[in-house]
Design a protein around this ligand. Structure first.
Ligand SMILES: N[C@@H](CCC(=O)N[C@@H](CS)C(=O)NCC(=O)O)C(=O)O
Length: 200
């Protein structure tokens, strides 16, 4: 089987796709890209390939480029309505509505604080409630985490770097530990960290 290419930036949302590819032991290489102003990836070569200038993007062996994290993660797993539902929730409610403005240095401080105080708690309450009842967001046939779990894992990891409440819920902490302890996750974190340090 020929290899896929993941276009990624260290510790960006592309890490969720990195986790899934590694967990599934798919053959892939990573093309690391650097982030630029206006929340757009730098470089004209990448812009020509993916005019959205965002990561992740996944170049398939047949030459087709998949973009949009929801679509990529959905297509890497067996079709499941519940999976698509969680992916959509995470992409729209957590990633774009909360993490995007929170970690954009151009967001005014009042806007950032409003996101933390008003939008983050109900969003965290939804995932916490689910994880109070289940080890992962989506029940897979094998019991292993799915793409939505990798996506949430990344989102929570990012939130831990900011001083926000709501992350101490036992089920959230257990979820993070459950994924962190998996061999493939340790390996992905080491690779992302090495790339992050190399490009600082
Ligand atoms: N609509 C895209 C958005 C993905 C996205 O927000 N990616 C961020 C990284 S987390 C990005 O590429 N930002 C470019 C930058 O900051 O330079 C998707 O859902 O995949």
């Amino acid at each position: 089987m020929s290899s896929m290419t993941l276009f990624a930036s260290p510790f960006a949302a592309s890490m969720a796709v990195h986790l899934v590819l590694e967990q599934q032991a798919r053959p892939f290489t990573i093309e690391w890209l650097s982030r630029g102003p206006q929340r757009q990836i730098r470089g004209e070569a990448y812009a020509a390939l993916n005019p959205k200038r965002r990561v992740p993007a996944l170049l398939m062996p047949d030459g087709e480029l998949y973009t949009e994290i929801t679509s990529i993660l959905y297509h890497l797993e067996p079709p499941s309505r519940a999976h698509l539902e969680w992916l959509s929730f995470l992409a729209t409610e957590l990633h774009q509505a909360i993490l995007g403005p929170m970690f954009d240095p151009a967001t005014p401080e009042a806007g950032r604080q409003d996101v933390i105080d008003r939008l983050l708690p109900p969003c965290l309450a939804v995932v916490t409630k689910r994880l109070d009842d289940a080890p992962f967001l989506v029940e897979s046939a094998t019991g292993a985490p799915m793409g939505a779990d990798a996506y949430l894992y990344w989102g929570l990891m990012l939130l831990h770097t900011a001083n926000v409440d709501g992350l101490r819920a036992p089920s959230l902490q257990a979820f993070q530990r459950r994924i962190s302890s998996l061999d493939h996750a340790e390996q992905v974190l080491a690779v992302e960290r090495r790339q992050f340090m190399a490009t600082r």
